[in-house]
Design a protein around this ligand. Structure first.
Ligand code: 5GP
Length: 175
């Protein structure tokens, strides 16, 4: 079986969560199943082992799980892109809009050095707002964002298309 199909078959769709009409893609079964977790991480490892990356940046919170394992396997450092108010040192923030209201992501000002080749990773691209904000933040710190990776793309929400329009390269395992 195709590894991407194996991963996709392990993802659980939960109807009406977090609210009626929304189907949430739950990746916890992927992490729980050792074979699916390994297949998933290996897909990323084989893709990025030749990208000469300097750093992996993972988005709060599921991007931490994927990004830290991937960084370890690729012998790279990991930096967190956190939700507002969690980081203790000097920070920079980037705001983005949600369906209702705003949110922001934050990073430490010294988490990336100018010119570093960074992979951005999260579990899922919906509207793309989170990843775009994270990518802008990384670029403000001088990073060269090589690609934005996720397990799942929800293409009908237009997020990945909007991200590509900004010139960002994207890789997702399934949609
Ligand atoms: P976006 O900013 O692209 O609209 O939403 C993506 C962010 O929301 C990601 O950080 C992702 O973890 C979370 N998210 C939104 N919908 C889902 C979903 O159905 N499943 C999972 N696992 N995460 C989601």
């Amino acid at each position: 079986i195709d590894p991407a199909v194996y991963v996709r078959n392990t993802i659980r769709s939960v109807p009406d969560w977090p609210k009626p009409g929304v189907t949430f893609r739950d990746i916890t079964p992927v992490l729980q199943d050792p074979r699916s977790f390994r297949v998933l991480i290996d897909l990323f490892v084989y893709r990025y082992m030749r990208h000469r990356l300097d750093l992996v940046a993972g988005v709060d919170a599921r991007g931490f799980i994927l990004g830290s394992v991937l960084a370890y396997e690729l012998n790279l450092g990991f930096v967190p892109v956190r939700k507002k108010g969690k980081l203790p040192f000097r920070t920079v923030a980037e705001e983005y809009s949600l369906e209702y209201g705003n949110a922001s992501v934050e990073m430490h000002t010294d988490s990336v050095r100018p010119g570093q080749r960074v992979l951005l990773i999260d579990d899922l691209i919906a509207t793309g707002g989170t990843m775009l904000a994270a990518s802008k933040l990384l670029q403000r710190l001088g990073a060269n964002v090589i690609e934005a990776a996720a397990i799942i793309d929800l293409p009908y929400l237009g997020g990945s298309a909007a991200m590509k329009e900004t010139g960002l390269d994207i890789y997702t395992v399934c949609s």
